[in-house]
Design a protein around this ligand. Structure first.
Ligand SMILES: *[C@@H]1O[C@H](CO)[C@@H](O)[C@H](O)[C@H]1NC(C)=O
Ligand SMILES: *[C@@H]1O[C@H](CO)[C@@H](O)[C@H](O)[C@H]1NC(C)=O
Ligand SMILES: *[C@@H]1O[C@H](CO)[C@@H](O)[C@H](O)[C@H]1NC(C)=O
Length: 402
């Protein structure tokens, strides 16, 4: 109880030193790159000639971006201030750079570009953690932007809330809920999606549904599926008829988690045999790629996630010293050396504390290296924007954080 109270007061878990055993061997910066796993949807958006077709792809991309969270109950390492991560995937057609730009509150900024100049994808994420006794809720504040320069279009959205249940007792399970609105700033079209909370009988678990609306808010197309599985589009009239025919599910009882002081674990909904019920006339826009057979032994990683710590000889010379792949505690955990991972994690956190203390005594402020704070050019919200130059690999003035 004391622990949960102090977390409530502090408002975030990052102030409590968590044992390394709860971690997966990835930094939160690396975990963010998993947005890119279903990259083909962006290429598809670019090659579509119709803006509604493009919106379908972009909305599917926004949903697929959180699919990798499914069953991922390991906590990523908190990035150190100044930590960076880059990823070049020529096979998928993009390169990515990210930096931890603020420690309190923790903010991660990223910028990706298509290798054929077909898109820009950037954003800043500020996961606001709330502790509800038996669960932790991460509300991912921050703006995500996708630009398609060939169409002179920009889309923005914010991720849904992610909740990890049973952090103290019982089996951990993950839920995502909330509204996500993808806006096409050029045409005024939007896709209003609802990630459903599971409800008392688990009937709504993982479900996502919503509509693509034109500028005058007329429904052009319905979109439905599960973020863990697949997404379909269908004519909105057909969708509404189908929903009416489908019995109204029991009243959702949200908010029950707020008062969870009793000892019962929050029951995990039964594994649904039933997959997404396909409405006749629907079109599939996205389906998740299966996880590898050994995923369960490796933190429920996807194939994409398993490659994120790869460090080849030639990369050692080109990476900046701040890259996550060179971070000793993550590397030790990746190698299965728990003791050393734990000791290194403590050492790095202490080093970060001392450096912050030093700065507070002197007049010098922390300077971010690759991103500057600024207004999002499309919706005016507070954001962090890439200042360029990373790929020329001039690493003067890098902080010593490891
Ligand atoms: C992006 O779309 C434009 C126009 O639809 C097309 O000319 C271009 O080849 C596309 N780029 C890629 C990489 O597919
Ligand atoms: C903090 O300052 C002390 C004294 O100036 C210095 O020896 C130490 O290296 C600094 N540590 C960090 C992490 O900046
Ligand atoms: C690298 O960047 C620094 C400033 O950040 C600049 O002074 C220096 O000239 C640059 N070096 C090269 C080779 O461009």
């Amino acid at each position: 109880w004391l622990l949960s109270q102090s977390i409530c007061i502090l408002g975030e878990l990052s102030k409590i030193a968590m044992p390394v055993l709860f971690n997966e061997p990835l930094s939160f910066l690396q975990r963010l790159t998993e947005y890119m796993e279903h990259m083909y949807l962006i290429h598809q958006a670019n090659t579509s000639t119709d803006s509604i077709q493009r919106m379908k792809c972009v909305a599917a991309f926004a949903v697929s971006a959180v699919a990798s969270q499914w069953e991922r109950t390991g906590k990523p390492f908190n990035p150190l201030l100044g930590e960076t991560y880059e990823l070049i995937r020529e096979d998928l057609g993009f390169r990515w750079v990210s930096e931890q730009v603020s420690h309190h509150p923790p903010v991660s900024a990223f910028h990706a570009e298509g290798l054929k100049d077909d898109f820009l994808f950037h954003g800043s994420i500020y996961p606001k953690l709330k502790f509800w006794g038996k669960s932790v809720e991460a509300e991912p504040r921050g703006i995500i932007t996708l630009e398609l320069p060939k169409h002179n279009e920009a889309y923005t959205w914010t991720n849904p809330t992610c909740c990890v249940h049973n952090i103290i007792v019982g089996q951990l399970w993950i839920e995502q809920y909330g509204n996500v609105e993808v806006i096409n700033h050029k045409t005024g079209e939007r896709c209003a999606l609802t990630f459903k909370s599971c409800g008392i009988f688990g009937k709504e678990l993982h479900k996502v549904e919503g509509y693509i609306l034109d500028k005058s808010k007329k429904k052009i197309c319905a979109i439905y599926g599960k973020w863990t599985e697949c997404l379909y589009t269908v004519d909105p009239a057909t969708f509404d008829l189908h929903k009416k025919a489908d019995k109204k599910p029991a009243e959702e009882k949200k908010g029950s988690k707020q008062s969870s002081v009793d000892e019962e674990p929050e029951e995990m909904p039964p594994p649904e045999a039933e997959t997404v019920q396909v409405i006749p006339g629907s079109e599939l826009v996205w389906r998740i790629s299966p996880r590898p057979d050994n995923s369960a032994q490796y933190y429920a990683f996807s194939t994409f996630a398993m490659q994120l710590n790869e460090l080849e000889e030639d990369m050692k010379e080109s990476l900046p010293t701040t890259d996550c792949r060179l971070r000793p505690d993550i590397r030790a955990l990746e190698n299965g050396d728990i003791d050393s991972a734990s000791a290194e994690k403590k050492r790095l956190e202490e080093k970060q504390r001392v450096a912050r203390k030093n700065r507070s005594k002197s007049s010098e402020d922390w300077k971010t290296r690759w991103f500057n704070q600024g207004a999002n050019p499309h919706n005016g919200g507070q954001d962090w924007l890439y200042c360029g130059g990373y790929w020329s690999r001039n690493y003067s003035q890098l902080p010593d954080i490891y």
